[in-house]
Design a protein around this ligand. Sequence first.
Ligand SMILES: [Zn+2]
Length: 84
Amino acid sequence: MNDNRPEPSNCADVHDRATLEEQRELERNLARHRAAAQQQSRLQPKGYCHYCDEPLREGQLFCDKYCSDDFEYEQSRRAINKKV
Ligand SMILES: [Zn+2]
């Protein structure tokens, strides 16, 4: 017998709702990242940062993670606000 650990059912409900929300948020983030990654994979190194136009070494797209993140963010915003 394994009935010495009763679990309140409403506890499970709250947990289910939380994970569902988390799942949706995760999927939204994933879709956004995928769209941004697609944009970035189409970029060609041009000797300058694609975000702030700083001169870069050959083969680089961005000068650092911040520019890459900001660029990704802008691209994802653009992908979302396509109504223009
Ligand atoms: Zn930059």
